[in-house]
Design a protein around this ligand. Sequence first.
Ligand code: NAG
Ligand code: NAG
Length: 533
Amino acid sequence: MPTQTLTYRFRFAAGSPHLLGGYSHALTLVIFVFFIILVRSGCDESGLFSFLIRSEKEFHDAAKRNDTDKMRELMKKGVDIKAKNKVSRTALHWAAGAGNEQALRLLLDHNNEVDVEDSFGMNPLLLAAWFGRLKILQILVASGAKLNCENKNGLGLLHCAAQRGHSRVLEFIMEDLVEDVLLDRVDNSGKTAFHLAAEHGQLEVVEFLIGMGCTHGLKDKDEHMALHLAAKHGHNEVLQKLVETGVDIDERNIDGLTPLHLSSDGGHYECVKLLLQACCNVNALTNKNMNALHYVAQHGFERETSLLLEAGVNTDTVDGQHTSPLHIAVLHNHTEVVRLLIDAECDLDISDHRLQTALHIAAEHGRQDIAEMILIAGVNLKLLDKQGKTSLEVAARGNHVILVDMIIKADRFYKWEKDHQVETQHLRSVTWRLATKDLSRGEWKSLAQHWGFTDAHIRSIEQQWTGTKSFKEHGHRMLLIWLHGVVIAGENPIKGLYEGLTGISRTDLAGESMDRGTGLIVDIVQKCFACQQ
Ligand SMILES: *[C@@H]1O[C@H](CO)[C@@H](O)[C@H](O)[C@H]1NC(C)=O
Ligand SMILES: *[C@@H]1O[C@H](CO)[C@@H](O)[C@H](O)[C@H]1NC(C)=O
């Protein structure tokens, strides 16, 4: 061979057109013949070189559409009825998968290879189970098909029927073939039919298998029980059934995730709710020390965040990187989740492994809305990150001008607050009362307009939170923003509030009706005065 190669090389290099042409013709011919031999001899097992000649393709198509007349016609002409396509599938596979009984019988009468496998390891029996063809399955069994078969992924008869939700097929298998089939048999990933039914949300099958007495708590190679898989994929009805079996709902998988972590990660509201109602451990930690809140914060799942917060999840758990759910929500710009965490009074001053607080992260990424919420809630502005920078310096370095401005104002406001503790306490409680009790829907907007908020300002406050009571939140936020501004400008907030309320004809609140003595302003002025005595 080497000599020959050399010769070819030499000839090619010599560049004689005549010789070159002669050799390349010969070469093409040799390759072609070799190819044909490859294809038409056992090499098609690998599927690499096989293809169907025309009559074989027609035969497969006829089997697919149950056209037995056409099949007989082709058989008379001597078509190879065992011919395989490029995934080693034969006419028998097609007839079985499509549920074509007559075509199947015709093939079985002429071909005894009932267990023939395609390149995925699927034989006609497994295909019949996969597609729920009960009658076909019965014929194949009667024709001596092997019951203990499995495909390349280790899926057996029960797995195929269970994953696809064919309970009638399962019933037949369990009633008639039970001696030959193992209920808790596992596939290559360690999953039983029960696992697959749970993973794919096949409620009826799950119920059937529970009734048959399968083992509920078996774990696959990732240490998932069926319960984990239902939770992970959001199949709440299946999950309900599995919870009722009494398995431990706080069981951890190989990474330490419980069903609650998995359904939180997937954003499966109903599953999260169900697990919480079943009293799962809301504060369970993964191997990386994450609780469920870390997961919902990462994806920005607001409804699930609310559920977890209502269930009393710890807002301040830090993971292996010392990252809190707030850090994660800020990093991923999930404004609503940040608001929920702040409302739940999470710790705003936690530093992660880079010594960054949530505000540092907001400053670094220029997240204005989030920074504003954090600043209004009140944080420690003196905290330094690993490079010794405050959040103000981080915002300045990033050239986030508006943020720089906000932080400076907040800093001055905090100082003012410190010097005027009593007044601010009252002012804060007054703004809260005003927003949530006294002002009716829409009035906060009139007040904002009176104070010179632009339409754009009002719109962006309004866009923030939506819900039936959101006008109260909008009003409160507007009042706090106003309060910041007034205080920073060195104006008298009590006077401003008085004028604002009078301006929108809520003189009752402004306290003009002195007789009634119910005016808010009168209230604070009196309180502040009393305290300062
Ligand atoms: C298949 O074709 C036969 C006739 O050859 C017919 O009797 C039978 O009902 C067909 N079956 C299906 C599933 O279409
Ligand atoms: C962050 O979210 C806000 C809305 O909450 C959006 O206006 C802004 O564009 C987002 N920023 C980035 C960088 O995606």
